[in-house]
Design a binder for this molecule. Structure first.
Ligand code: 5GP
Length: 201
């Protein structure tokens, strides 16, 4: 059976990645989502097991020690990681799966699984990025400056991604993402079994 594909999605704060992802799942419900294990406290409105499993620091360190994580990173003092088993189960079953990670996480996954397809959600310009980061109106200038620097650091890592999707217009960005997933089915590495079958190998 053809293996599932791992898609990585990243994008800085201000790229609109969360909104793009919501729409992607409406359009591509067949793609599974990797639920990250994280140690930061739950925010209002978040639901355990939806996007994240909220776990203790002790349990997280145990997961690292037991090699249960595909990648992990510390972000603003909290641990974030991708559990390995659900990802491996999905691709073995032939199901595609989307993993949301930051740039550091993507580097680690690529090292272990070079066949992943990585997609970076990019704001259309520095000006738009700045406007989106200040738009919430609740943060101090210092916090905004920090978030902007963090976003620029992430954007510098975009050069290692397979695809860049610019999120200027939401529907266009979502359609662009869907196009990438559609064309990926035709990549040679996804069709080796077909070649072998026809050649009777
Ligand atoms: P937030 O706390 O705002 O939900 O997420 C903070 C950052 O962590 C975001 O950039 C998000 O993409 C990233 N992130 C979410 N899940 C994971 C994960 O499993 N691994 C890594 N390395 N980063 C993650």
């Amino acid at each position: 059976m053809r293996k599932g594909r791992v898609y990585i999605i990243s994008g800085p704060s201000g790229s609109g990645k969360d909104t793009v992802m919501k729409k992607i799942f409406e359009k591509l419900p067949q793609i599974a989502f990797s639920i990250s294990s994280i140690t930061r406290p739950m925010r209002p409105g978040e639901v355990e097991g939806e996007k994240y499993n909220f776990i203790s620091r002790e349990r997280f360190l145990e997961m690292i020690a037991n090699d249960e994580l595909l990648e992990h990173n510390i972000f603003v003092g909290n641990y974030y990681g991708t559990p390995k088993a659900p990802v491996v189960d999905c691709i073995e079953k032939g199901q595609d799966i989307l993993i949301e990670v930051d740039v550091n996480g993507a580097v680690q996954i690529r090292e272990k699984m070079p066949e992943v397809v990585s997609i970076f959600i990019m704001p259309p310009s520095l000006e738009v990025l700045k406007n989106r980061l200040t738009g919430r109106g609740t943060d101090s200038a210092e916090v905004i400056e920090k978030r902007l620097n963090e976003a620029l650091r992430e954007i510098a890592g975009a050069v290692d991604y397979d695809y860049i999707v610019v999120n200027d217009d939401l529907d266009t960005a979502v359609n662009d993402f869907v196009s990438i997933v559609s064309v990926d089915k035709f990549k040679t590495d996804r069709n080796i079994q077909l070649i072998n079958k026809i050649l009777n190998k």
